[in-house]
Design a protein around this ligand. Structure first.
Ligand SMILES: Cc1ncc(COP(=O)(O)O)c(C=O)c1O
Length: 425
């Protein structure tokens, strides 16, 4: 697989380099030089998730990764289902929260961990990352148990929810968690300092499990096929998919699936009040506002870093951006959407509720709508319980970790201490 840097097309890399490097020159995103057209879509749709995903990823990545290796990577990463739940005759929910950390990030994160393990070459790797809660869990679970890869996760002591902390600080093994006596910004600054320290980087094989990594997006392509595969055959024409969007990685993956030939008529980008893209699609002006905090906080992004990949796909396919649906919901509208969904018999959380409502508003007669449910309702327990006036039991995956002891080390906000800690491990 050949990829180029969207900002500097002369910078070209293969899949292994793109996975190891994450970003290109000037923070440019890597993008596949070609995306094949699959001619056996119906056959693919008849396969189970893992087998189908092995074939899709083989078509995208090519011969660079031996078939046996790639098949094992997919099998190890996709160990949980992505069921399509019927909400009503026209609308379905693609549930992407049945993985170990109950969020769609489990697909991309677990595949990236497998990819990195396969292409890392000789020597050890240390993944160092800072988290304000959720990313830490996805990274920890994705890399847990992989040989020769150590993971160190920094988080602000006492400033993440006890449940979030339990989810990733109870694993042990190759996952080390450090509670820094400061805030999230300090954790991020420590990580940055570590990456600026060339000697340290070399000594421990420092790598970031960056969310911009191409391997994550490629993995996410697979669940769009899974959605269509679960639709009754007579509903596979005129499919519209609504994607709750923050950094627009999820939408990029959907557009790659369409480029491969998956029959999706159109996409809708659904956002919260951080509405740079819906405004841009209406006015043609790219005018990010200051980011505002919302109920759907994982989408509180006003400068979505995957947007250049979306534009690249539209340009290369000769598609028109005017055909990309979009809208933004504020918090009051999000609450109403969550209630409306619940009245229809489907329990969701704020991100999925936005995607559902915008889909409902824009779906036309004769179309079948799918919205993505990116997190388990219990991950947003407080908001969901308050808005719907219900009590949500903890799902087993969370409850299991909740009962285990915390294994974190505690450290002052001091780079010299962190450096010594990393070198000693
Ligand atoms: C629960 C949830 N929904 C939606 C999104 C938005 O996805 P993307 O950033 O790929 O647009 C995120 C991103 O972190 C998320 O955590």
């Amino acid at each position: 697989m050949n990829l180029y840097n969207i900002k500097h097309p002369e910078e070209q890399v293969n899949f292994a380099q793109a996975v190891r490097q994450g970003l290109g020159k000037d923070q440019g995103l890597f993008f596949p030089e070609t995306i094949p057209t699959l001619t056996n879509i119906d056959e693919l749709l008849a396969l189970p998730l893992v087998e189908r995903s092995q074939q899709i990823l083989a078509a995208l990545i090519g011969e660079e990764i031996p078939t046996e290796t790639l098949n094992a990577m997919v099998k190890n990463a996709f160990t949980f289902p992505a069921p399509l739940a019927k909400v009503n005759d026209a609308i379905y929910a693609l549930e992407l929260f049945h993985g170990p950390t109950l969020a769609f990030k489990d697909f991309g994160g677990r595949f990236m961990a497998q990819a990195l393990a396969a292409v890392r070459g000789e020597g050890k790797i240390t993944i160092l990352t800072a988290t304000s809660g959720d990313t830490g869990a996805a990274v920890a679970h994705a890399f847990y148990g992989l040989e020769n890869i150590n993971v160190v996760i920094l988080y602000p002591k006492g400033k993440i929810s006890p449940l979030q902390e339990k989810l990733f600080c109870t694993l042990g093994g190759n996952i080390r968690t450090v509670a820094i006596e400061s805030d999230f910004d300090a954790c991020q600054a420590l990580v940055k300092q570590a990456f600026d320290d060339e000697e340290l980087r070399q000594a421990i094989g420092l790598n970031s499990a960056n969310s911009i990594n191409i391997s994550r997006l490629l993995a996410q392509v697979c669940y769009y096929f899974e959605a269509v595969a679960q639709l009754p055959k007579e509903k596979r024409e005129n499919v519209v998919v609504s994607v709750p969007s923050g950094n627009f990685g999820n939408l990029t993956a959907g557009l790659i699936a369409k480029t491969l030939g998956l029959p999706i008529k159109r996409f809708i980008a659904s956002t919260n009040a951080n509405d740079t893209v819906p405004r841009y699609l209406r006015s043609g002006q790219w005018e990010p506002n200051a980011t505002v905090a919302t109920l759907s906080n994982a989408m509180d992004v006003s400068r979505p870093n995957n947007w250049p990949r979306v534009e690249e796909l539209f340009k290369r396919n000769g598609w028109n951006l005017a055909d990309l649906g979009s809208d933004a919901l504020n918090d009051a509208e999000t609450e109403q959407a969550l209630q409306a969904q619940n009245d229809e018999g489907y329990l969701c959380e704020p991100h999925g509720a936005i995607a559902y409502q915008v889909l409902k508003d824009q779906l036309q007669a004769g179309e079948t709508g799918i919205f993505l449910c990116t997190a388990h309702p219990a991950k947003f327990k407080e908001s969901v319980e308050r808005i719907l006036d219900i009590e949500l039991p903890l799902p087993e995956a969370l409850d299991k970790h909740n009962k285990l002891p915390l294994l974190s080390d505690v450290m002052e906000n001091d780079f010299a201490k962190l450096r010594a800690y990393l070198l000693a491990k």
